[in-house]
Design a protein around this ligand. Structure first.
Ligand SMILES: Cc1cc2nc3c(=O)[nH]c(=O)nc-3n(C[C@H](O)[C@H](O)[C@H](O)COP(=O)(O)OP(=O)(O)OC[C@H]3O[C@@H](n4cnc5c(N)ncnc54)[C@H](O)[C@@H]3O)c2cc1C
Length: 468
């Protein structure tokens, strides 16, 4: 869906625009759209908003776009509200959608516990964005289809955004929502050509790299599209996503004081899971409870233990927090049990014309894997070497976090600087802060962060205004 047609409130006079604070959002994925909604709902005075992204569709970025309309999100409806303070907003939206109600009658009177296709969530986000925009006749919104390549501090504490348009105005606040970065440009013919590969393999064979939800998404898309060939999943750690419980797993977590070093934290969590299961609850409810403590636990860990976690435990943590709806988990298990899909643990090397180099776990030598198709489903995180992020670091506007997973930020996304201060007027939302804020790549955390930054911006530019 393109957004061009929406911006009727653009009619405000140019002179009026000049007098208003100008805000820029870089990236129109879920974090960018969410930040726009939050600004429109919290900053109650006029402003000009400019949204940059070369991707012209508002599909919700990588997470919500899908070649298959039916791809299911792995978060329950009750956790997907984009309305701060109203956790039932998405459920209410679904209940008022006659077409959806007719298609899913079993869930009446509410849909809080179910999982819905990405496309439906994307429609909901887009509708809430449109409503927030049409309720604000006093603001102007402009959409720019260019990537931003650098941000510099200008005079009077404002920001200059460098993009293909040399006439960008100066901005009073900039929200970076570039998530996993720009889609990579395809490398020229590094993959084995299908014809050559066909000579080397006995039957159709596809390789998927990674082991997270993207791999499962891709595998099921292939099967739903009629692909019957062999699939091999190659993963360094080999942890595929675990299953959700059939009903909601309400968060539980022991009230005891939390330990402050990694081995003790692990023992504490394992014992909490065991105890929950003995009491008839699930380990999933403990993981849900853990999310409420994850930030304070992470902050308290010394740097070397954060590195240890990242190297040895992140993959297993991700496989327990990013869970699959039961039905999808069952499909994955039956794929693996049937042998037509195989999971192999090891290190993936370079890709040449002869195939893909792969060193199986525990082996000292590489083997070459042949396939007519190799799909990289690994989640690589933000690229700190991308020109935009590199410009922020070189300008002294942001720093990488301790693990260089993204930028060092506080709860509302403000970059933390070496002297302990924060960069005024600049924010990095969503996965850009994953090294500082656990789970900030998930919808509920992005929603809270977007509203926190909106309130901060409202206070900063209009100290007397009140959010509605
Ligand atoms: C397959 C998948 C399924 C998921 N499912 C769930 C789920 O069920 N529940 C949940 O809570 N979370 C889920 N997530 C995670 C979560 O929703 C995402 O982390 C979140 O949507 C991130 O959105 P984003 O906008 O920050 O990043 P992205 O989606 O990466 O969007 C970033 C946007 O910024 C643009 N951009 C990048 N660089 C520039 C630049 N220099 N200039 C201008 N524009 C730029 C890109 O074009 C892109 O449109 C899922 C993630 C994935 C990948």
């Amino acid at each position: 869906m393109t957004v061009q047609g929406l911006f009727s409130s653009k009619s405000a006079a140019a002179a009026q625009i000049c007098a208003m604070p100008r805000f820029a959002i870089v990236g129109r994925g879920f974090s960018g759209m969410m930040s726009a909604i939050a600004l429109m709902k919290t900053v109650r005075m006029p402003f000009h908003l400019q949204l940059f992204d070369p991707n012209s569709s508002v599909s919700g970025g990588q997470a919500l776009s899908s070649t298959r309309a039916s791809t299911i999100l792995n978060t329950r409806v009750r956790d997907l509200s984009v309305c701060a303070g109203d956790s039932d907003d998405f459920n209410d939206w679904l209940c008022s959608n006659a077409e959806f109600r007719a298609a899913v009658p079993a869930a009446i009177p509410g849909f809080r516990q179910i999982f819905v296709p990405k496309e439906i969530f994307s429609d909901y986000v887009y509708q809430r964005f449109s409503e927030a925009l049409s309720a604000r006749k006093d603001i102007t919104v402009q959409v720019c289809h260019e990537p931003v390549v650098a941000i510099r501090r200008s005079h009077r504490n404002r920001f200059l955004l460098e993009s293909a348009n040399p006439a960008n105005p100066l901005f009073d606040a900039v929200i970076l929502a570039t998530g996993y970065g720009l889609p990579e440009i395809e490398e020229p013919q590094q993959e084995p050509s299908p014809i050559r590969a066909q000579r080397l393999i006995a039957r159709p064979h596809t390789v998927l790299l990674g082991s997270g939800i993207r791999v499962v998404d891709q595998l099921l898309q292939l099967r739903d599209g009629g692909y019957a060939g062999q699939v091999t999943i190659l993963s360094r750690h080999g942890f595929l996503p675990q299953s959700h419980t059939p009903n909601s797993a309400d968060p539980v977590f022991p009230a005891d004081a939390l330990p402050s070093n990694l081995p003790d934290i692990l023992r504490f969590i394992r014992s909490a899971c065991r105890q929950a299961e003995e009491e008839g609850r699930s380990w999933q409810s403990v993981m849900n409870g853990l999310r409420r403590h994850a930030r304070s636990l992470w902050r308290a860990l010394p740097a070397h233990q954060k590195h240890q976690f990242n190297r040895h435990l992140r993959a297993i943590y991700d496989s327990h927090r990013n869970r699959l709806p039961e039905a999808i988990y069952a499909r994955l298990q039956s794929e693996l049990a049937g042998g037509n899909t195989v999971l192999r643990r090891g290190v993936v090397g370079r890709q040449g014309l002869g195939g893909l180099f792969f060193r199986p776990a525990g082996s000292q030598s590489d083997e070459i894997v042949h396939a007519e198709r190799i799909l990289d489903c690994r989640c690589r995180g933000p690229h700190l070497s991308a020109p935009l992020l590199a410009s922020l670091v070189s300008e002294g506007l942001a720093l990488p976090d301790e693990l260089s997973l993204g930028l060092a930020v506080n709860q509302r996304g403000q970059p933390c600087l070496a002297d302990g201060s924060t960069a005024d007027g600049l924010f990095a939302v969503g996965p850009l802060g994953l090294g500082s804020l656990p789970d900030i790549d998930l919808v509920p955390e992005i929603v809270s962060q977007a509203f926190a930054l909106g309130e901060h911006v409202a206070q900063r530019f209009y100290p007397q205004s009140k959010a509605v």
